[in-house]
Write a protein that binds this ligand. Sequence first.
Ligand code: SAH
Length: 467
Amino acid sequence: MLRKLLTQTPSSRRLLSSTIPFFSKSSLSSLSSSPEPPTVEDPGSAIGTTISVDRSSLFNPPDHSHESTPDSELVKHLKSIIKFRGGPISVAEYMEEVLTNPKAGFYMNRDVFGAQGDFITSPEVSQMFGEMIGVWTVCLWEQMGRPERVNLIELGPGRGTLMVDLLRGTSKFRNFTESLHIHLVECSPALQKLQYQNLKCTEESSSEKKAVSSLAGTPVHWHSILEEVPSGVPTIIIAHEFYDALPVHQFQKSSRGWCEKMVDVGEDSRFRFVLSPQPTPAALYLMKRCTWATPEEREKLEHVEISPKSMDLTQEMAKRIGSDGGGALIIDYGMDGIISDSLQAIRKHKFVNILDDPGSADLSAYVDFPSVKHSAEEASENVSVHGPMTQSQFLGSLGINFRVDALLQNCDDEQAESLRSGYWRLVGDGEAPFWEGPDEQTPIGMGTRYLAMAIVNKNQGSPAPFQ
Ligand code: SAH
């Protein structure tokens, strides 16, 4: 994640008072096993490489040292799946277990964000990020005809910081905040708890598992999957850095044609990559993805990464938006084109090998935006897809420059420094020009690496700022 490119400097987010004026209303306008499938070159990550170095080094890592430490519970679990399956598992299955295994998944039992955690995300960089998403949300609500009730769904809310900033930033729009029913889709019990605290929730009725955020008097509900959120109500969905955590399958062209890359256990008892000897079920999604590729893309393909879970999720979102009205905003690092090989692992702000000590590092992959677009369009005739545009264009068009100027009028020197660097990190590109610390820790801007895409009900017209 590009969040990973930003993590070397301590998080310097400092909340500025909510009394600082926000925007005026007018400004808102399986594979069968073979005894020994062929192994592939290890595409993991450069161990110990700091976050701000060139990503190309990720694909040629040195071998990780093999210390004879006892297997963790998750390693034992992964090995037992491979053993009982009688053959290797897909990279997607490996990724899903590593991130969301109920007992030992990376996200499941702890707070992984911030300087003390493994990586930092835009909402954790600056309050302005959530505030700008608030601007986008109110604009869409206006275009929806100011419905009296809206399901505001956030997928993968992390610490809940984006939602906190959104509610604070939009608190003057009472009709908007009063219309909201917040639904947080979060698989991690530990993060659900943190979201509850940060949204300053109180339990309204323990039997109904219903909480109310005292930030805006808004009801808040938690779910582990989108399908659990009630439908039939106008809906706004926010997915920031959620898609990149969804499992990907990796394919590689070989002399035998397209083979899926799989995770196996070698004779030395270590995990290793192998190629599937026969076609795998995910090949159907590969074929589908390739039909959406441009002829130039198809000619050059040697490796392809696809995320069937992302495609299925997008279809579910598009169907809801198509029938209930509203829209979705997806912001993530990714590409406006087919992805070849982007899966990476980050532990404590450093790239590590994907197969090294699973569960102790985040795994994430670039988001394939054309695949999101085509999946949405395929699922519902009633939706239109807009973008992707860069995060820099997106935040700039929504007025982040005015917001930073307003905040700078009312702050001390330390806050001003934090605001300026936060602003630059959100919209900047390349290495930070103001950085005076060690070279290898230079922050990298998120402005062009992160992309924004909107899926809206056609009745709403084009959403801001995609017009
Ligand atoms: N949006 C937040 C956090 C991004 S990290 C931010 O920008 O700061 C990814 C988030 O998605 C975490 O909250 C993680 O626990 C959650 N998550 C990852 N995979 C998930 C899944 N399959 N189902 C539900 N939540 C998931």
